[in-house]
Write a protein that binds this ligand. Structure first.
Ligand code: BGC
Length: 258
């Protein structure tokens, strides 16, 4: 890996954010740039914004790969789902669309996988020797499974069916906001969710990210679980840092399945 910083870009529903990442430190090497997400947010329209961000940091990132997150399942560069994004992402050859648009290698990953690996490499679960299960509570629920430092991608535990419902429609942070729930009311939903995930996966540690994790003291201590559960440490930097880490890792360990 060269000394140049690796660009990480986090595609969200309202903003697309990018920064060069110093992978030795696990932190931004320059201030982050945010550009509003275009409407409609098709892969081509988003690729234009990703290109704009890459151009803005051209002098900092050399010619290395760029890591980009998307809130969707990504298998071998193809986006496979679109729970909370434009439906045109389903089965889009998104990594190729981005790479062709930018004229350089882009590595596309699930947003929660990026945030999760960042927490294990640099954040709340740094150097954890066992099984870390990271969840992000936001518009939906994202998840990342990391065992002994290795990510098993696309776990999608926000879509576990619990009590006949898609779990994220009951327990995502957006549900708390949309229904005007108090923390006491929301905790009941989180308890149901995490006890189910715990019973199926038995991690050594839960890490909880997403914007709401800044208020973690209002809900995490009220959960009754067997597994330790801690807030994420990297806050809204996790996706960008994890995307950069995964892009650098993919450059040295290319995907044998394409
Ligand atoms: C999507 C996941 C994503 C999560 C968080 C879910 O609705 O299916 O792919 O990681 O939201 O954005």
């Amino acid at each position: 890996m060269s000394n140049a910083a690796v660009l990480g870009i986090d595609i969200g529903g309202s903003g697309i954010k990018g920064a060069p990442v110093d992978l030795e430190k696990g932190d931004f090497a320059a201030d982050r740039l945010r550009i509003p997400t275009p409407t409609p947010s098709t892969p081509q329209a988003v690729a234009d914004v990703v290109a704009e961000i890459a151009d803005a940091f051209a002098d900092k990132i050399g010619d290395g790969p760029i890591g980009v997150t998307i809130p969707a399942v990504v298998t071998h560069g193809v986006t496979r789902s679109a729970a909370n994004i434009d439906k045109s992402w389903i089965d889009a050859t998104a990594e190729k669309i981005f790479s062709d648009r930018l004229g350089r290698r882009v590595h596309l990953v699930n947003d929660a996988d990026a945030a999760g690996i960042a927490e294990v490499k640099y954040g709340a679960a740094k150097g954890h020797p066992g099984f870390v299960l990271v969840t992000t509570l936001g518009t939906g629920i994202g998840s990342a499974l990391i065992y002994r430092g290795v990510l098993v991608p696309n776990s999608e535990l926000g879509h576990l069916e619990i009590d006949g419902h898609d779990a994220e429609t009951q327990a995502a942070a957006s549900i708390k906001t949309n229904l005007g729930l108090s923390y006491s009311e929301y905790v009941v939903r989180l308890q149901r969710y995490y006890e189910r995930v715990e019973a199926l996966f038995w991690p050594d540690l839960f890490v909880v990210g997403g914007g709401i994790s800044k208020d973690a003291e209002k809900f995490l201590p009220r959960l009754d679980l067997k597994t330790p559960i801690v807030p994420a440490a990297l806050k809204n930097r996790a996706g960008i840092i994890g995307a950069a880490w995964l892009a650098a890792d993919a450059a040295t360990h290319p995907d044998p399945l394409g």
